[in-house]
Design a protein around this ligand. Sequence first.
Ligand code: CP3
Length: 346
Amino acid sequence: MTGQTFNDTFLKACRGEFTPYIPVWYMRQAGRYQPEYREIRSRYSFFEMSETPEVCAEVTRLPVEQLGVDAAILFADIMTPLKPIGVDVEIQSGIGPVISNPVSTLTDVEGLGSLNPESDVPFVMETVRLLTREQLNVPLIGFAGAPFTLASYMVEGGPSKNYHRTKGLMYRDPETWQALMDKLGELTITYLSAQIQAGAQAVQVFDSWVGALNAADYRTYVAPVMHRIFSQLKETTDVPLIYFGIGAGHLLQEWDQLPVDVIGLDWRTSIRQARALGIQKALQGNLDPSLLLAPWERIRERAADILEQGMETPGYIFNLGHGTFPEVQVETLQRLTKFVHQYSQN
Ligand code: CP3
């Protein structure tokens, strides 16, 4: 890769600039749908893999080379920075993060440590350095889980459908909730600042499950910490900040108040609907990942419709509405990437 010109189309789109074509990357672009990933993964547990910088760098690069996407995303997990602060987490294949010491009291929250990225997650910092010093010709996106989404795993002890325990804690014991948000807010700022310092050229904050809250509760219990995270990052860096959630269309107006550059949409809210609500920030999304199992003609039709909407205003990045998944064919994403580039070329 060294010696090739650097492709900054993605960064330009994040900043709301016109681009010669629409840039594209896919959430979970490194993963089990790739035979090469499965081969590497068969030799390690998820965390063993993500604690080995050379392996992380290799799986981060793989989709860039294989699919031709315009950005790479660091290979790690939203749970990665929680292990060193005392959360006993394991990734169980087909389930997700499972935690053996869930949080429920103020004492539990106060018992959590704080993160020193260089000593606690040196493998993440090293992966970012390896990739950005010489290996990539596209921007590297760093990332973190947002406090609500991290808290949902920490309180439930694993994935959940309704977040009763998480929201129960929030409504029952606002003091403990506040302490947890403060702790995770600090962690997110420290962790993302370190990734940016090490070379990440953009960062995405995954608030996958925050759509479980209504707008008023989001404003009360979550918006303050999100505001703190993004404003502190804005004070120290000018890399684009991306905020993404699933089923969060009803929170768009709250999100628009935050100092972020890009809003990631899932497939439930169209680009045009977001624009009609007055959102002027750059947008990213939002093909329903399930469509990747449909015949090519249907995928093409939907992708073209989304591109038409995205191209109406500068500042648009094509992506899925959530992550790709193991049953998807590599060829489908290769074809889709080519299609996005060709269709949007001006
Ligand atoms: O390619 C990329 O997108 C970068 C790496 C990345 C992973 N997880 C790797 C991973 C990113 C950005 C994440 C984010 C993540 N992890 C989120 C936020 C985005 C989202 O999907 O909503 C969440 C909620 C998690 C928690 C988590 N980790 C889940 C739900 C799972 C999937 C469990 C499964 O087996 O389906 C994981 C594990 C995980 N993280 C995998 C990968 C590639 C699969 C693990 C494996 O190889 O077994």
